[in-house]
Design a protein around this ligand. Structure first.
Ligand code: NAD
Ligand code: SER
Length: 320
């Protein structure tokens, strides 16, 4: 019987992952946790919720013991844009929090741990197109530094300390349930909300900025597929590239204009432009496809139709 702890579960990905995991494993078997108290209503409505700071090892142990946890998914992190404003905070949550998860997992004999990485693990010297999984990893953001160090740490726990840890490098994730938490790719979510609400958007990166992106249903599928993969069949562990689509802001705006012809966009690039420029334009995810059968479903147009429908319904109901 799985008893899964999701840390950082009030965030953009965790909030939807908990719902999907509870459908598969049962409400009582998926313990949601986060620092935040404002999302408790949703996450505690049909299953356990614990307020938990990942940097506090004793509290983490207490939650693991209380529920007999045997699998951990760590979604707690400080993302790229916020991380550049508060680099030491990013280090603390992303590294000290991660080592707590790994050490508690080793100590309590947790059977499976999943830790996401990011395209932020790459840097300006990395080949930009169809970026291989194994390539130059010299990020220039604190977030990226913690993602590379985190991947190495996870691989160390696999190879030297016999802990089952898996991880995947998400591209920018686009969704309509919980707003993103302060990353560079947030523009690709904001644009849909602003298109519905105001028919115009001022983007904080330039029109030709192209990044790898993924729609939330594919993000959930990738996460759960890797979580459920046979560990014995994996040759890689903590650093799988996963791709779905890649587009410039101009192309994203054009896909919205197909459905909202009056939509207008202008550009005021800020400090996030340099971050975006340090990341790949597209990734080669052939190892994820080969080792655990990764295959995305959504392309840009399919995502745009769905985003506009769901965000439009929220707007009609006065929820946004
Ligand atoms: P998010 O910012 O939306 O959510 C992170 C959650 O962690 C928040 O709810 C926050 O309250 C919580 N948190 C922060 N500090 C904490 C602490 N000390 N203890 C416990 N919880 C804490 O992030 P997300 O987008 O859901 O990202 C989840 C994971 O996926 C992260 O590892 C992130 O780096 C990775 N990722 C996300 C994206 C994306 O586009 N969303 C892309 C690449 C990688
Ligand atoms: N979406 C994330 C960010 O922009 C990528 O890891 O920070």
């Amino acid at each position: 019987m799985e008893k899964i702890l999701v840390i950082g579960s009030a965030g953009q990905i965790g909030s939807e992952l908990v719902v999907s995991l509870r459908k598969i494993y049962g409400n009582e078997n998926v313990v949601a946790s986060d620092l935040r108290t404002d999302e408790i209503g949703k996450l505690s409505a049909n299953g356990p919720y614990e307020i938990l700071d990942i940097t506090n090892r004793a509290d983490l142990e207490q939650v693991v013991d209380k529920y007999g946890i045997n699998a951990i998914i760590n979604m707690a992190a400080i993302l790229s844009a916020v991380g550049e404003k508060f680099p030491m905070k990013a280090w603390d949550v992303n590294m000290n929090g991660l080592i707590n998860v790994l050490e508690v997992s080793r100590d309590r004999k947790i059977e499976r741990v999943l830790v996401p990485s990011s395209i932020a693990a790459f840097g300006p010297e990395t080949p930009k197109d169809n970026t291989p999984q194994e390539t130059i990893l010299r990020p220039t953001t604190m977030y990226g530094v913690t993602k590379v160090a985190g991947e190495l740490l996870c691989n160390y726990f696999v190879e030297k300390l016999d802990v089952d840890v898996r991880g995947l490098r998400y591209p920018g994730i686009i969704s309509n349930e919980t707003l993103p938490g302060g990353g560079t790719t947030d523009y690709a979510v904001e644009i849909y909300y602003e298109a519905i609400k105001n028919k115009k958007y001022t983007c904080f990166v330039s029109s030709d900025t192209r990044l790898p992106m993924m729609y939330m249903p594919d993000c959930l599928k990738a996460t759960i597929d890797l979580f459920q993969a046979d560990f014995g069949k994996l040759k890689h562990h903590s650093d799988f590239n996963v791709g779905a689509m890649s587009f410039s802001v101009e192309e994203l705006a054009a896909s919205i204009k197909k459905y909202i012809p009056e939509f207008e966009i202008d550009y005021k690039p800020d400090y996030r432009q340099m971050i975006a420029e340090s990341w790949p334009r597209s990734v080669d995810d052939s190892l994820a496809r080969k080792e655990w059968g990764w295959e995305p479903e959504f392309d840009l147009d399919a995502m745009t139709r769905d985003m506009l429908k769901v965000v439009g319904e929220k707007h009609e109901k006065g929820l946004i």
